[in-house]
Design a protein around this ligand. Sequence first.
Ligand code: ADP
Ligand code: MG
Length: 366
Amino acid sequence: MIVNSVRLEGFRNYDNETIELSSGINVIVGENAQGKTNFLESIYLLSCGHGFRTRFDSELISFDRENARVTGKIFSQEREQNIEIGLNRGLRKKILCNGVKKNSPELSEILRVVLFCPDDLNMIKDGAKARRRFMDMAISQLRPAYAELISEYARLYEHKRRILSDWREKPSLLEVLDEFSENMCRCSAKIIRYRAAFLKRLSEVAVPIHSEFSGNGEKLSIFYKTVSTVKDPFAPVSDIYYEVAEHQKFHREAEIASGKILTGIHKDELEIEINGMNARLYASQGQTRTAALSLKMAEREISFQDTKDCPVLLLDDVLSELDKKRQEYVLNRIGSGQTLITCCEDSQIRERTGGKIITVSGGKII
Ligand SMILES: Nc1ncnc2c1ncn2[C@@H]1O[C@H](COP(=O)(O)OP(=O)(O)O)[C@@H](O)[C@H]1O
Ligand SMILES: [Mg+2]
């Protein structure tokens, strides 16, 4: 899939711009705070319906405007397709694919991206949340039904969190607690199946990449840790549900007493080992960065294998964070497929990649 052009109207610091892209490497250069990351974010938005630095869609609308529109012309499924996302303050966002209304998860059928930013380089050392985010984003793009499960789970979680924190003031809230817990268990069981399957693939693909990338055949291992009562995350969903519900029942009283949600897939962990040692605790910064790169490159590879179509790679300031050897590795690995790289003016990345240069200044393309 190739993004041929993007039109930004009232999006972040862009007033009205149309940006044509090359089907290979595109290098977006400019000083700080000119709109390089904003531009990548608009492409991310086209792939999943939300920004990557936002809590609310309204943050994407230019400060002085009431609405924004991002339109992408995308070559996908062997034809040019049109995605249009309209954002309005206080109204629901509107997504149109070729003029037909769609929901956010459906966008990934037309456009998938793999985003890599400097924060991702710390993915291995950060808390489990960073690794869950990586996993959720990767699976969501491949399986729209998973994205729906994750938002359903988040919705149930928020309700249950409020029941548990407010029941002392309003005891009647407890009447619906078990219903929410049960629905969360049903959701958890399905999510666990998806995560287990993805992590198996990730392991198959990322381990050889890491071994090659580390130069000395370092061994990466990936483990999935979920609710402790689940014996086999590949078992039928009905079996997993039973085990998750058992864990839930066991923690019910403690949840009510503590006012906290103590069980569920929001505590899942993707554990990484390098040469048999827990990478989060023992690996060097260089080793964990290499592992993070391997996971991201594997995400792109899996998406390609799964759909026979290369996702668009978005590298936000990440190359300038890497030493020469790792930069080289990433650039060599890009191979075919469309890539967008942001970097500052004086970096030599623009010359090294030979890509199309797009210069941004103050929300305008020069
Ligand atoms: N909703 C918005 N409306 C207008 N300007 C915005 C909005 N959100 C961010 N900006 C501006 O965009 C600029 C940052 O753009 P960014 O793409 O992150 O810069 P960089 O080129 O360094 O990647 C900042 O000046 C910020 O004030
Ligand atoms: Mg930036």
